[in-house]
Ligand binder design. Structure first.
Ligand SMILES: N[C@@H](CCC(=O)N[C@@H](CS)C(=O)NCC(=O)O)C(=O)O
Length: 208
């Protein structure tokens, strides 16, 4: 059975939500970030470092396969459950646009969010630079302008059905809202609409 290691309020949620959408059986294992290595369920404990050398979340383990990048995890789940439509049976163009958006979310949209997180709490205090918070907001606004050109007009990010890239986007918008970035109303509505999906609500309960 698939094992997902995660921590609340982190990129683990996108993987957990995707698992709930997929209908696959899985076990969710909570690890703790920002704790000492001696704590048995700490992400810094050698037991966890053996599955994820960076001590980060999420990690998915399925038999002999271990994946430590959230987007690769989403694709793996989607391909393991083709009937879920998370990666629809679609044209090359649609696939290419899903891939493009997934890359865009990681490389452009979430990068300033993580920058703010790092300089607010994640980095050791002596490495935090207060000006980075303003720079992160500037970069996020720039990425939002570009996003406008990558999204379809309909209900979903690409094409006319719910895909893994909708999870990725809604989760990233939620992250932006939590970190108090300026987010246009239409993206807040998108987050609200997708977070009301039963699978997302179940994932939120699992993560508690
Ligand atoms: N590129 C990785 C990033 C994973 C990552 O940075 N996760 C954060 C939580 S959202 C983490 O585990 N941070 C702990 C740390 O940096 O020590 C992915 O998308 O899975």
């Amino acid at each position: 059975m698939i094992k997902l290691y995660g921590f609340q309020q982190s990129r683990s949620f996108r993987a957990l939500w995707t698992l709930e959408e997929s209908g696959l059986k899985y076990e969710y294992i909570q690890v703790k970030l920002r704790t000492d290595a001696e704590v048995p369920d700490s992400a810094k404990n050698p037991k966890y470092l053996a599955v994820n050398a960076q001590g980060k979340v999420p990690t998915l383990v399925d038999g002999d396969l271990t994946l430590t990048e959230s987007v690769a995890i989403l694709y793996y789940i989607a391909r393991s459950a083709p009937e879920s439509g998370l990666l629809p049976n679609a044209s090359m163009d649609v696939y290419a646009r899903i891939d493009e958006l997934a890359c865009f979310v990681l490389a452009e949209l979430e990068q300033p969010l993580w920058s703010k997180g790092k300089h607010m709490f994640a980095l050791p205090e002596e490495h935090r630079i207060p000006q980075m918070l303003e720079i992160a907001e500037f970069e996020f606004a720039k990425a939002l302008n570009a996003l406008e050109h990558l999204l379809d007009d309909g209900e979903y990010a690409v094409g006319d059905s719910f895909t893994l890239v909708d999870i990725l986007l809604a989760h990233t918008f939620n992250w932006a809202i939590r970190f108090e970035f300026d987010l246009p109303r239409k993206y807040i509505d998108f987050r609200d609409r997708l977070y009301s999906r039963p699978a997302c609500q179940r994932a939120l309960e699992v993560m508690q």
